[in-house]
Structures are given as C-alpha cells and as structure tokens.
Ligand binder design. Structure first.
Ligand code: ZN
Length: 133
C-alpha cells in the first residue's frame, strides 16, 4: 500500500549553495547529509511538515543526476512514495505493466529500501518507492 508522499527529489549542481536557498525558502535546517556511493549521489534532507525535500548532487559524471543535469534539466527530479511493503508493491505494479528500473529493492539514503519506476510507464514522472528499514 502506498502511504504518502515521503519526499520530492531535487537535482542540484552544488548542494551547499542549494541548501542555503532551500533553508531560507523552508525556514528550516538540513537535518541529514549522506553520500550514496552506489547511486553516485550526495544527498541532503530538509523537513517540510510530514514530507521532505531531498537535494541530490552528483558525485561522479556517470551518476543519473549528472546525466539529468547535462540535459539542462536542473530542479525537480523525482517523487518518492512511502510504502508499507516494497516487495509487494513492486510485484503489484509489475503485474500492472509498470516498468521497474530496479527489479528488487536496494539500499537508499535516509535508512530506506528503495526502487524506481521508469517514467515511460508513469506519464513522464520518475517515481521512487521507499520503505523504512
Ligand atoms: Zn529520493
């Protein structure tokens, strides 16, 4: 079951510069910074009520964020839905012909198991499913 919008992912060039903007915008401070080596990203999280903003900066030129930015598409990158059972949700969505980028969940930032759905099957939206570990 999908429970809520857990966070919105925002692709940025320089996480420290962007944090200044988002901390001012939201009137709050970043509560966690984390590097996810497997994804080639540095992340920073800010609370927005019950949801979060995740800033993402590439740590190498082959990361998905680097490729995204190279296309000139800075800013909104993905929406993350919190689920209660990520394996069951992947199974359910696969049966409905959604295209899974990750067939099985992997370790993500912020103590989560995550998996992405391909935008081709979601009307152009990059969707992340996440479940608290
Ligand atoms: Zn995310």
């Amino acid at each position: 079951m999908i429970k809520k919008i857990e966070h919105l992912g925002i692709a940025v060039d320089d996480i420290n510069e962007s944090l200044k903007v988002y901390e001012n915008l939201l009137g709050t401070s970043c509560y966690k910074e984390e590097i996810v080596e497997s994804e080639g990203v540095k992340t920073a999280f800010l609370h927005v009520g019950e949801s979060k903003i995740e800033l993402l900066q590439a740590t190498n030129s082959t990361s998905a964020i680097a490729k995204f930015l190279k296309k000139g598409r800075k800013g909104f990158h993905h929406v993350a839905f919190e689920v209660d059972d990520i394996d069951a949700e992947l199974d359910r969505l696969k049966k409905l012909d959604f295209i899974l980028i990750h067939q099985t969940p992997k370790d993500g930032a912020d103590n989560k198991k995550i998996a992405f759905l391909h935008p081709k099957s979601t009307e152009g939206l990059l969707v992340e499913l996440c479940q608290e570990k």
